[in-house]
Design a protein around this ligand. Structure first.
Ligand code: FAD
Length: 474
C-alpha cells in the first residue's frame, strides 16, 4: 500500500512495477473500482493524472444520490443507479458519509408538464419505484411554501437524497489504499503498449505493467480507448454551470426541486446541499473543449432567471460561489461499459450524470467483467475499516463535540469561521492516508475556505497550517 505524488514510479524488476490490475482514473468511479478489487489478494494500482483523487467531474456535480426513478427502463444505467443508490446509502451509514434523504418534488409549471407527471410515475414504477405520488397545487405549496406562483402540481419522489460527493470519492480511495492498493497521483498515462502477459503503460512518471487494465478516465475515456486501439464512441463534454447560495437560503427549500425533464436531460433544479447551502443549476451545454470548466455570464444569468421563477426569494440571497462540471455525454442514453477479453481490458465510459450514485454498483459490475476477461481474483477478504470525518450540517461537527475538544483542544479552535472548520480537522486531513496536494483538496476534505468569505479571512491561516503540517513539511 502506498500513495505517491511525484518522482519516478517504483521500477519493479527494472521495467516497471507489475500489477494484476491497473485502474486508470481516480474519480468516484475508478476509486470505487479500486476499492472493490482490494477485497482480493491482487496487486492493484490506481493511477491518476491530477495530483489528487476526485479532481475531475467527481468534484463538481449536483451531489444528489438518485433513486433512478427517471432512468430509461431496461438500460444498464437504470439497473446500476438503482443498485448504486442502495449500496451507497448503506456504505454512507457504515462510514459516516453525510446523506440527507430529503426526497424530491418534480414540479409542473404548465399543462403539458402536468400531463407528463402520471407518465413519469409509471416510468418510475417500471424502474422499481412504486412510492411516487401525485401532489395537487395545494399539497405542493404546503410542502414548499416559498415556491413561485404558477406551480400546478408535482410528483413526490421519496428516497432522492443529497450526499457529500467529495467524501465519497475520498472514502473509496482511502479504503482501497488501506486495503493494499498503490495510488499513483500526478501520473497521466500517455501511451499503452498492449502485450502478453503484461501491457506496458507509459506514464508521466515512468512505466507500469498491468495484466488487466481498467479505463475509468471519465471525459477522456474515448482518448484512453484510442491508446489501446479502440474507437467505439466519442465523449462530448456537456457543461453544467451552478450557483451556490449562502446557508441563509437553506430555510427556503425543504426538498430537491426538480423540473420535468426535457431532451437535454434532467434540467435546472434547486437543491439543498449537505453543507447547508442551496444549489441552483445545472445548465446543459454541449461543447468540444474538455477543459471548459469555467462559468459564463450568460449561463449564470439564465439560471437566475429560471431559479427566480421556481423560488423567487432565492435571488435575494447571497451567492457564495459558482462552478461548472462536465458530463461525459456519448450520444447514447446509457453507459458505455465494455469488456474486451482479448486485451484483458474494460472500458468504463459514458458515465453521464449519475456516476456518483451508481459508483459502487459500477464497481461490482466491472469486477464481474474483469473475471470474464480472465482475472482470477482469488478469495474475498474484509476491507480495512473506515470512518470518514463528517462535513454535513445535519450531523455532529467537531466544533460542537465537547468530548473531542476535551481530548484535543484543536477541535475547538475554529480557523474557518464561515464553515466552522477547526484547526484539529485541518491537521487531521493533512495527516490522513491520502493527504491533500493543495488548498482546494484541503477544502474538499474539511470545507475550509468554502464559505461566504471564500477564504478572505481564514486563507492565510489555512495556508500556514498547510505549510506546517502538509506533505511538503515532511
Ligand atoms: C453538472 C453535473 C451534475 C451532476 N450531478 C450528479 C448528481 O447529482 N448525482 C450523480 O450521481 N452524478 C452526477 N453527475 C455525474 C457524476 O459527477 C459523474 O458521473 C462522475 O463524477 C464521473 O466520475 P468518473 O470517475 O467517471 O469521472 P472523473 O471524476 O472525471 O474521473 C476521471 C479521472 O480520470 C483521470 N484521467 C483521465 N485520463 C487519464 C489518463 N490518461 N491517465 C490518468 N488519469 C486520467 C482524470 O484526471 C479524472 O480525475 C453530475 C455531473 C455533472 C457534470
Amino acid at each position: 500500500m502506498s500513495v505517491t505524488r511525484s518522482g519516478p514510479l517504483p521500477s519493479g524488476d527494472g521495467d516497471g512495477a507489475a500489477y494484476d490490475v491497473v485502474v486508470v482514473g481516480a474519480g468516484v468511479v475508478g476509486s470505487a473500482i479500486a476499492r472493490a478489487l482490494s477485497r482480493h489478494p491482487l496487486r492493484v494500482a490506481l493511477v491518476e493524472a491530477a495530483n489528487d483523487v476526485g479532481d475531475g467531474t467527481s468534484k463538481a456535480n449536483t451531489a444528489i444520490l438518485h433513486t433512478g426513478f427517471d432512468a430509461v427502463p431496461g438500460t444498464l444505467e437504470a439497473r446500476l443507479v438503482r443498485e448504486g443508490h442502495r449500496l451507497l446509502s448503506a456504505y454512507a451509514r457504515e462510514t459516516g458519509i453525510p446523506v440527507e434523504p430529503l426526497g424530491a418534488l418534480l414540479v409542473a409549471w404548465d399543462e403539458e408538464q402536468r400531463a407528463a407527471l402520471p407518465r413519469l410515475a409509471e416510468k418510475a414504477a417500471r424502474n422499481g419505484h412504486r412510492t411516487t405520488r401525485l401532489l395537487s397545487a395545494a399539497e405542493l405549496r404546503a410542502r414548499e411554501p416559498h415556491l413561485g406562483p404558477g406551480a400546478l402540481a408535482a410528483l413526490d419522489v421519496p428516497g432522492e437524497s443529497v450526499i457529500c460527493p467529495w467524501t465519497t470519492t475520498l472514502a473509496y480511495a482511502t479504503q482501497a489504499v488501506r486495503s493494499g492498493v498503490d495510488l499513483h497521483l500526478g501520473c497521466r498515462v500517455e501511451a499503452v503498449r498492449p502485450g502478453e502477459p503484461h501491457h506496458t503503460l507509459v506514464t508521466r512518471r515512468g512505466v507500469l505493467r498491468a495484466r488487466h487494465l481498467v479505463n475509468a478516465c471519465g471525459l477522456h475515456a474515448d482518448a484512453f480507448d484510442a491508446l489501446v486501439g479502440h474507437e467505439d464512441f466519442t465523449v462530448t463534454p456537456r457543461r453544467g454551470q451552478l450557483l451556490v447560495f449562502d446557508t441563509f437560503a437553506r430555510d427556503l427549500v425543504r426538498h430537491i426541486l426538480l423540473p420535468v425533464p426535457g431532451p437535454l436531460g434532467k434540467g435546472v433544479l434547486i437543491t439543498p446541499t449537505v453543507y447547508g447551502n442551496v444549489l441552483l443549476g445545472p445548465t446543459a451545454e454541449d461543447l468540444d473543449d474538455k477543459t471548459a470548466t469555467g462559468t459564463t455570464a450568460e449561463g449564470l444569468a439564465g439560471l437566475r432567471e429560471r431559479g427566480g421563477r421556481i423560488l423567487p426569494a432565492l435571488l435575494d440571497e447571497e451567492v457564495t460561489a459558482v462552478y461548472a462540471g462536465l458530463r461525459a455525454a456519448t450520444g447514447q442514453e446509457d453507459y458505455r461499459i465494455t469488456a474486451h477479453p482479448e486485451l484483458r481490458y474494460v472500458t468504463v465510459g459514458g458515465i453521464r450524470s449519475t456516476g456518483l450514485t451508481a459508483s459502487l454498483a459500477i464497481a461490482e459490475h466491472v469486477r464481474g467483467l474483469l473475471a470474464d476477461c480472465g482475472l482470477d481474483p482469488g478469495p474475498e477478504r474484509p476491507l480495512a475499516p473506515l470512518r470518514v470525518p463528517n462535513l454535513g450540517e445535519a450531523f455532529a461537527r467537531p466544533y460542537r463535540d465537547a468530548r473531542l475538544i476535551a481530548r484535543d483542544p484543536d477541535f475547538g479552535a475554529i480557523v474557518c469561521h464561515c464553515e466552522r472548520v477547526t484547526r484539529g480537522e485541518i491537521r487531521s486531513a493533512l495527516a490522513s492516508t491520502i493527504p491533500p496536494g493543495g488548498l482546494d483538496g484541503l477544502r474538499r476534505r474539511t470545507r475550509a475556505r468554502g464559505g461566504r468569505c471564500q477564504g478572505q479571512y481564514c486563507g492565510a491561516e489555512v495556508r500556514a497550517l498547510f505549510e506546517e503540517y502538509g506533505e511538503g513539511s515532511r
